[in-house]
Design a protein around this ligand. Structure first.
Ligand code: APR
Ligand code: PHB
Length: 394
């Protein structure tokens, strides 16, 4: 097999890259370890920045998104019984779009299939090679046979546990990590949301988030122990806990119902530098992880892919290598901004369970500052709606 760009991973990053390259007349093959059903079954976050929506529209997958999404002009943060609305529209003149990542993945997958995109599922033992030459390759096994893709570039879009990052020799990369002493237990259910906007609530029992997918589908999370056992949380117990944590600030009753999905995710901050090695470029979770508190995971991935697609387009269609040379540096600037914000919001709202009373008072002071300062709220809003993209070709 031969293609211009071999893409490892069919998550949102890999699919979006493949779609943008297709629209620029650049060929790609996407190699995915899991089945298509498995990829489409994953439940992830659901808040899109305007830049993400614009990129998805440019990728010609904006139809259903425009029809089925909600526009949110604000959200709430709360501590105990005190809630504060961060009025995005008023503070920074922008809004965010609520639309599930699962739907984004489906829209992208449908678009690639409609345009005869080459997607290979259930590929085992993916290996990347000759990355420092101008003729890299990818090999994999499918249906008991070994295959080889000769390509010009490899895009590592295979998430945090993929093979791409590890294909960069250890002496060429630095990894930066912070693991938080808690996780998030999430539930998705077909019940109306308790509030028309998201509520990020901290309190003595720990953090909770009220989110949604539509007027009839809710997504809730609670902070839990990092090693929490899901079986210890039957639906009733989880609804009761949500009531205790969100009840004091929720404008409406928390409607309960059977879980469509329930899972626990650890919280982690992680960055790999650089995001390039020879002709391998990392994008999305393969290069960085943020805790979900700032809703930045998917938005960062889309930012990377926007830069990478722009750089590859300039290279193949204009003979301009500047974007590829600057990819890692430009992406990492955006990544570290989001890392800082996600860490900050996580620190502001979670119970760290520590006996450090000084840290507890600082957290309270930080919250009071946000509550009372329009400047602080503006900074929060500016980061939440997402910082603008740089011109990678400048
Ligand atoms: N070979 C091929 N595919 C692989 C391999 C491998 N060795 N390892 C992992 N993959 C696949 C996974 O099965 C998955 O489908 O790569 C894909 C990576 O997708 P995601 O983990 O969704 O990562 P990404 O596309 O970068 O999306 C980032 O997803 O995880 C969330 O919070 C994150 O919202 C962010 C977004
Ligand atoms: C979600 O709806 O799943 C969601 C929303 C906001 C977040 C994280 C997750 O910060």
């Amino acid at each position: 097999m031969k293609t211009q760009v071999a893409i490892i991973g069919a998550g949102p990053s890999g699919l979006l890259l493949s779609q943008l390259l297709h629209l620029a007349g650049i060929s790609s093959i996407v190699v995915e370890r899991q089945s298509r059903e498995h990829v489409l079954g994953r439940i992830r976050a659901g808040v899109l920045e305007q830049g993400t929506v614009d990129t998805l529209k440019r990728a010609e997958v904006g139809g259903r998104l425009e029809r089925d999404s909600q526009t949110h002009d604000g959200f709430f943060i709360a501590a105990g019984e005190t809630a504060c609305r961060i009025a995005l529209g008023e503070l920074v003149g922008k809004s965010v779009t609520v639309y599930g990542q699962t739907e984004v993945t489906k829209d992208l997958m449908d678009a690639r299939i409609a345009t005869n995109g080459q997607l290979i599922f259930q590929a085992d033992n993916v290996v990347l090679g000759d990355l420092e030459t101008s003729e890299p390759f990818v090999t994999f096994e499918a249906a008991g046979q070994r295959h080889r893709i000769a390509c010009d570039f490899v895009a590592g879009c295979d998430g945090f546990r993929g093979v791409s990052r590890g294909s960069i020799p250890a002496y060429h990369r630095r990894e930066f990590e912070r693991v938080y002493p808690f996780g998030w237990l999430g539930i998705l259910a077909d019940v109306p949301p308790c509030a028309p906007e998201l509520i990020y609530a901290s309190g003595p029992r720990g953090f909770a988030l009220a989110s949604m997918r539509s007027a009839t589908r809710s997504r809730y999370y609670i902070q839990c122990r990092a090693d929490e056992d899901l079986s210890a949380w039957p639906d009733d117990r989880l609804w009761h806990e949500l009531q205790l944590r969100l009840g004091p600030v929720s404008p409406g009753a928390i409607a309960t119902g059977p879980a469509i999905e329930k899972s626990i995710a650890p919280l982690r901050s992680f960055v790999c530098e650089p995001m390039q090695f020879g002709r391998l470029f990392l994008a999305g979770d393969a290069a960085h992880i943020v805790p979900p508190t700032g809703a930045k995971g998917l938005n960062l991935a889309v930012g990377d892919v926007h830069y990478l697609a722009t750089a590859l387009d300039a290279f193949f269609n204009g003979g301009n290598e500047a974007g590829l040379r600057r990819y890692s540096e430009v992406s990492l600037r955006r990544v570290w901004n989001a890392e800082r914000f996600s860490w900050w919001m996580t620190t502001l709202l979670h119970d760290f369970g520590d006996s450090d009373l000084f840290a507890q008072r600082l957290q309270r002071a930080e919250f009071d500052y946000v509550l009372g300062s329009r400047a602080a709220q503006t900074a929060l809003a500016e980061n939440y709606i997402g910082l603008p993209y740089e011109d990678i070709l400048a």
